[in-house]
Design a protein around this ligand. Structure first.
Ligand code: SF4
Length: 534
């Protein structure tokens, strides 16, 4: 009690250093902490005694994970930094995390850091493991036990191979790192284009192709699992990677229109064929009991996720914005039931969410003015978009399209039923569910927005995503008919040169000030130059 009083007195005394207080009192704001053009802050955010300690403690935990990564594989890490340009980008992780959780306080700060630490812990282990077994760097004892897989193919079905380690190949050099460092993928895009790839393809696929042509994929395993997921551009980059890496591969081509019940037997057979391919190439036997063990973990992940959704529908969700969307993306696409630590974090987070709901505690001090369903891929992460839009305009991102990925339960007793469930689950992977796969999938965003009590839909308009360009005007019409505030946010996914971060923010600034006539919560965030930032 006495302790709380002392903390409250210190907080009162130092409140003028809190950027939220500064913005509310017209004497500054979040952006004042930064050197111009950069993502380099002059000092850490002051959030009051308790929250600053929570934030600092989380920083130390992440630092410990990184130190453990280097300590567990010092020579491979050193060689990795020497060999791969993308390794250097991981040095921006601390700045990335600091920016992600600007303005977070109380419960939402605690859940955000728990989720983020799970990602840092998992990724640092993956980096150390991958580099220690990378044939390009000399290889290791597990090199031939690894099965490199396309990152958008959920790895759960591979857990029936007890002796093997499925590894999402593109995650380290492309998929995750493009979120941390906006300047890394343009280099690989240029490599791809200098080999003659047209400049108007999806930048994610162009970047993956550039990584392959630059020989920047780690060389692991004996055979690859590629895929047609999520779209035709991804099919093309799979082909480039297959030729450049030169390993035997099996393309898991799941049904595109996956809402059709008639498509599931085809996808089910595809998974069976992929299993047969791995058995043949690696000389091992599939073990259903091992699969069931991990399917139970995935079922628990999804059970808790569905409970989280109940809280997302209320104003009292302690998990929101970038913490919700980035965690679900990684926990589903890269973990997918394969790491019990994520189950532990889910259990802790849901407890906090229940408590926050009982206490009727609104995140962001109740400063939210609008609730938005976001339809957005990678460009929302390197721009810290959900955080910026809450701090600047009071728009809380309740749920992102990535969060709606496969949430059906997997049978854990009968192999025939389990493989059917896995097919259904795998068809709804990253970008598949809302970007491609038929009009019903795209059109479902209105239903999602309504169910989660959103008054706003933010649709990221990837100027090179061919699947989505055709629906632009239709979405505008639907929004008008259904009465949603609707903003198209132009971006070029992983190429920040075509559409800058500020260009993306301007799409929102224009709508909020001109159409809705609202004032920003923090004027320092409306217009600023962060073009040199990680
Ligand atoms: S953004 Fe569009 S084109 Fe690019 S990978 Fe995703 S679905 Fe394919």
């Amino acid at each position: 009690m006495m302790f709380d009083k002392v903390i409250a007195a210190v907080d009162k005394k130092l409140e003028r250093f809190d950027p939220i207080w500064q913005a509310e009192n017209g004497v500054g704001g979040q952006r004042d902490r930064y050197y111009d053009k950069t993502g380099v802050a002059k000092w850490r955010e002051w959030r009051g005694v308790k929250d600053t300690m929570v934030d600092y403690g989380a920083w130390l935990k992440n630092l410990a994970s990184m130190a453990m990564m280097v300590a567990s594989a010092p020579i491979p890490c050193l060689k990795g930094f020497w060999e791969y340009r993308w390794m250097g980008s991981y040095l921006g992780t601390f700045m990335f995390i600091d920016r992600l959780f600007e303005g977070f306080r109380g419960y939402e700060l605690v859940t955000a850091h728990k989720c983020m630490h799970a990602i840092v812990r998992s990724l640092t282990k993956k980096i150390a493991f991958c580099l220690s077994n990378d044939r390009r760097l000399g290889g290791g004892k597990d090199t031939d036990r690894i099965v490199p897989m396309d990152e958008v193919l959920p790895p759960l079905f591979m857990m029936g191979f007890k002796e093997l380690v499925p590894f999402p190949l593109q995650t380290l050099p492309e998929f995750i790192i493009c979120d941390v460092d906006q300047h890394i993928e343009p280099y690989y895009i240029d490599v791809a284009e200098s080999f003659g790839l047209p400049a108007d393809v999806c930048s994610r696929c162009a970047a993956e192709t550039g990584v392959a042509l630059d020989d920047a994929f780690p060389l692991i395993g004996k055979a690859m699992i590629s895929t047609n997921m999520p779209c035709n551009a991804s099919e093309a980059t799979s082909m480039f990677q297959r030729r450049r890496i030169g390993m035997p591969d099996f393309p898991v081509t799941l049904a595109m229109i996956h809402n059709e019940p008639g498509a599931h037997p085809y996808s089910t057979q595809m998974l069976k064929d992929a299993i047969a391919f791995v058995e043949k190439e690696y000389g091992v036997k599939y073990d259903w009991d091992n699969l069931f063990k991990y399917a139970k973990l995935m079922n628990e992940q999804n059970t808790i996720e569905l409970e989280k959704w109940d809280y997302f529908k209320t104003p009292y969700s302690a998990l929101c914005g970038i913490a919700e969307t980035l965690y679900r993306l990684y926990a589903w696409a890269s973990v997918n039931g394969t790491d019990p630590y994520f189950n532990k974090v889910d259990r802790q987070v849901i407890k906090i969410m229940r408590k926050a709901y009982e206490e009727k505690k609104e995140p962001f001090g109740g400063r939210t003015r609008h609730r938005a369903f976001l339809w957005g891929p990678s460009a929302v992460y390197y721009t810290d978009f959900p955080t910026w839009i809450q701090n600047c305009w009071g728009i809380n991102i309740v749920l992102n399209m990535d969060s709606t990925m496969g949430h059906n339960m997997i049978n854990t007793e009968d192999p025939d039923e389990a493989i059917k469930d896995l097919a259904l689950f795998s068809e709804k992977a990253t970008m598949r569910h809302h970007a491609v796969g038929g009009w019903d999938n795209v059109n479902a965003i209105w239903e999602w927005a309504k169910n989660f009590n959103c008054d706003m839909v933010l649709m990221n308009d990837n100027i090179a995503c061919k699947g989505m360009l055709g629906v632009h005007a239709l979405m505008e019409e639907q929004a008008r008919d259904l009465g949603f505030h609707f903003i198209f946010i132009e971006h070029d996914l992983e190429d920040c040169r075509t559409v800058s971060r500020q260009d993306m923010r301007n799409c929102v600034n224009g709508y909020m000030s001109v159409v809705l006539g609202e004032e920003p919560l923090d004027p320092t965030l409306v217009e600023f130059d962060d073009s040199d930032a990680y």
